[in-house]
Design a protein around this ligand. Structure first.
Ligand code: FAD
Length: 429
């Protein structure tokens, strides 16, 4: 028998769940957040950068009170071959402006802080409890089952992350397919703050974000990332699960090779490995969007596949926060009308459709398909590196006009392929 009834039960204390919990409790609703980890964030992982705009809308001064690591002021994209690299750097004063800034974060600290905000607002947080199933009555979700316990609520928010078995049980989504998710692995490598600032050319407290493409995934779909934290670096790789099956190397082997690449090695020199984690990332964007609500239930954040990987940026946390906000607004209206039916909760979908979440997902809808082109991860990094080798390596052999050298390299990829891919890339972005 159910023990007690809440206005809302939220499964998962990641950014999506805690944001919804904070806003609902602030509005006076009785909220229970259930988290399977021993504390919020204990099971969570991210590459490392939070785009602040969606959380700033909810907690305007969050960056001055939350445990954020560094404000990112420097972006670098690097194309790697086995022994060489070409990088593009981007720095701008606009990276420093409110609503436009981003911060590196470590999830164990950040998620605990956000869940703490929900608790301060009045939500009850139950860590160390795994929700196993949903309660149904007349086809409507009426609560959750955790071990022997049954807990009832007017509405349940599923914020349980990428592999949401509960959303499947609610009939909102089907099992994930290997080409819809990537696997991410990450090491946190400790280094003194001063060393980080010197190595990355940063002022005190500033941060850098680096994205790598090419040799780091051995030409498979995916890429590498490196974010600077206060006293550590977050270094990792992301691969599409479908591609991983064909790989000659295991994920740990690829990460070791990445760490010993001549570009990466000096950046992590003398660092101490303090954390290793692995996690799935939803990658198919709008193409994997589930049904977002049904009678008495809604799905938010990664559980709904709300992630945009545009190659040069990976965004999930800002979408998770915005979806938690939209779900909470819909529930506040449902509470006023005492109506938690699918028709009432459809307001969540309306709010998301009008927000940047759905608009950006639509914008990047074709990008996952574009990324399935292996030339992006093999031939193009090699082509760019070869052109730069011709420009900068002087060995006494007679010079040729640069245009001839470039054309020769381009011919190896195929001029038609180049034009076709450039056009597809422009259309996808
Ligand atoms: C390698 C990698 C790099 C990334 N880089 C970035 C980045 O730089 N920037 C960015 O914005 N995003 C990034 N992302 C994506 C981002 O981490 C996610 O989009 C974000 O964490 C989603 O938040 P969420 O609250 O929806 O889910 P999660 O953060 O996954 O939280 C889900 C919570 O639910 C809990 N839970 C799950 N099942 C149950 C259950 N049955 N019972 C109770 N609790 C349960 C989990 O323990 C967890 O705490 C990255 C992801 C990965 C893996």
């Amino acid at each position: 028998m159910p023990e007690e009834k809440f206005d809302c039960i939220i499964v998962g204390a990641g950014p999506a769940g805690s944001t919804a919990g904070f806003l609902l409790a602030n509005a006076g609703l009785e909220v229970l957040i259930i988290e399977r980890g021993t504390f919020a964030g204990s099971k969570n992982m991210t590459g490392g950068r939070l785009y602040s705009h969606s959380l700033e809308k909810i907690i305007s001064d969050f960056a001055s009170v939350a445990p954020v690591e560094r404000k990112v002021v420097k972006e670098t994209i690097t194309m790697l071959t086995n022994d060489s690299a070409v990088s593009i750097d981007f720095q701008s004063q606009q990276l420093n402006q409110a609503q436009k800034e981003s911060y590196t974060v470590l999830r164990a600290d950040f998620d605990q802080w956000l869940a703490g905000k929900a608790e301060d607002a009045g939500a009850i947080l139950a860590p160390g409890v795994r929700v196993d199933d949903l309660l149904f009555k007349d086809g409507k979700v009426t609560g959750v089952i955790a071990g022997e316990d049954e807990m009832e609520a007017d509405v349940v928010i599923l914020a349980d992350g990428v592999n949401s078995l509960l959303a499947q049980k609610a009939g909102l989504k089907v099992e994930l397919k290997p080409n819809q998710v990537a696997v991410g692995v990450k090491e946190v490598i400790e280094l003194p703050a001063q060393v980080i600032e010197d190595r990355f050319g940063l002022n005190k407290g500033e941060g850098a974000a680096r994205i790598f493409v090419g040799n780091c995934t051995k030409g498979k779909i995916g890429g590498g990332f490196l974010y600077t934290n206060k006293n550590s670096l977050s270094l990792g790789l992301v691969f599409t699960l479908a591609d991983l099956a064909e790989s000659q190397l295991t994920v740990p082997q690829m990460l070791e090779e990445f760490k010993s690449h001549p570009v990466i090695k000096p950046l992590i020199k003398d660092g101490k490995l303090v954390e290793y984690s692995a996690h799935l990332v939803p990658e198919a964007g709008l193409n994997m969007l589930p049904k977002l609500y049904s009678d008495g239930v809604m799905v938010v954040g990664d559980a709904a596949g709300l992630v945009i990987n545009a190659g040069y940026t990976v965004r999930g946390m800002d979408l998770a926060i915005a979806s938690g906000e939209a779900a909470s607004k819909a529930i506040i209206t449902a509470k006023e009308q005492d109506d938690y039916s699918a028709a009432s909760l459809a307001r969540y979908q309306d709010l998301l459709d009008r927000s940047f979440v759905m608009q950006d997902l639509k914008q990047y809808q074709k990008f996952p398909e574009f990324m399935e082109n292996p030339r992006i991860f093999n031939e193009y990094p090699q082509l760019v590196v070869n052109i730069f080798k011709d420009m900068f390596i002087v060995d006494g052999s007679p010079g040729k006009p640069l245009r001839k050298k470039v054309l020769n390299h381009a011919k190896q990829v195929g001029l038609v392929n180049l034009l076709k891919d450039a056009w597809k890339g422009v259309k996808a972005l």
